[in-house]
Design a protein around this ligand. Structure first.
Ligand code: TRP
Length: 331
């Protein structure tokens, strides 16, 4: 059997997964686990770079993330699911990268600049936050991943990873693998209930573990076409977040049905909201059931992570041993 290509991606454990994760990235991760040697990890150190003053929730979020992932269809038999902090070799590799990386490369990472400017309720002047992209480069290269499925927002981190790889290889010898970015074909941008990009920090997210009552409350409060004031006004589905979410879950004939009905002002937004509530509740029901089953098994998530850590160990040992030889710290 030809060896499968290796892929890796990580999520920061900062809360429950929502529809934006599911349509933007998670579905793609499910597809990749079939044909790739896939490594999916919980980036708890990355979460800590911004939550450092209050770390106690990261553990609970880590557990929830594993339950969400497996309930959504990641199969711990097919892919390797592990926790970053269970692989201390990542921190060692970050140290070597900190030797070859000029400070100016990190200062010009767009997400770093933006977040330092925009996030004012937390202190992000810590060195850990500055090193975020180096740690990410270590995550990727420690398993020698050939491709990384991530959204557009992560492209600069991937580019920086490639630059570090080239500089490391140029300095010490050609060993590290340059990872390619694997942007999903239809990395859907999912609108939140207020029409902005769905994000936990905007408070506009529908979580994949939400039950019918939560779904009802959130969908009833959604904005639709802002120009449509009266039911008799024709609506424009192209700018309606309700319609955009509906499109992701509904059969094609329903989508055209609602589209025509909205444009001709034959049906109103409330009726459409009711239909989306039923549609979403049904769409997410199997996920909720599966998640409840897993959550009822004591220690399940931690067992998955322990098994993943055991499986990733030989891979990272091979990298770190080779790197140690190249930088002349081998024993
Ligand atoms: N920075 C990523 C995010 O915020 C999380 C992450 C950490 C990651 N390490 C990674 C993603 C390695 C891909 C590969 O979503």
């Amino acid at each position: 059997m030809p060896t499968r290509k290796r892929t890796l991606t990580g999520y920061r454990p900062t809360g429950k997964l929502h529809l934006g994760h599911w349509f933007g990235n998670l579905q793609n991760m499910l597809a990749l686990q079939q044909d790739y040697d896939a490594y999916y990890f919980v980036a708890d150190w990355h979460a800590m770079t911004s939550l450092w003053a209050d770390t106690h929730e990261i553990r609970a979020y880590t557990e929830q993330m594993v339950l969400d992932w497996v309930a959504a269809g990641l199969d711990p038999e097919k892919c390797t699911i592990y926790r970053q902090s269970d692989v201390p070799e990542v921190a060692e590799l970050t140290t070597y990268y900190s030797m070859v990386t000029p400070m100016s490369w990190l200062e010009r990472v767009p997400s770093y600049k933006e977040q330092r400017e925009q996030i004012t309720d937390r202190d992000l002047g810590n060195v850990g936050f500055f090193l975020y992209p180096l740690l990410q480069a270590a995550d990727i290269t420690i398993v020698r991943a050939e491709c990384v499925p991530v959204g557009e927002d992560q492209a600069p981190h991937l580019e920086l990873t490639r630059e570090i790889v080239r500089r490391f290889n140029g300095t010490y010898g050609d060993y590290l693998v340059e990872p390619a970015t694997l942007t999903p074909k239809e990395g859907a941008r999912v609108p939140g209930t207020d029409g902005r990009k769905m994000s936990k920090s905007y408070g506009n997210a529908i979580f994949i573990s939400d039950g019918p009552d939560e779904i009802r409350a959130k969908v009833m409060g959604m904005i639709t076409d802002p120009a449509r004031k009266l039911k008799t006004d024709p609506g424009d589905p192209d700018i309606c977040p309700l319609q955009q979410i509906h499109k992701l879950i509904a059969p094609a004939e329903d989508i055209t049905g609602w589209d025509t009905c909205c444009r001709s002002a034959e049906c109103g937004c409330v009726a459409h909201k009711r239909s989306l509530i039923d549609g979403l509740s049904a769409y997410l029901a199997p996920f909720r059931e599966r998640r409840a089953e897993l959550a009822a098994r004591p220690g399940y998530a931690w067992d998955v992570l322990a098994d993943g850590a055991r499986r990733v160990r030989p891979v990272v040992r091979e990298t770190i041993d080779a790197v140690r030889r190249l930088v002349h710290v081998e024993q």
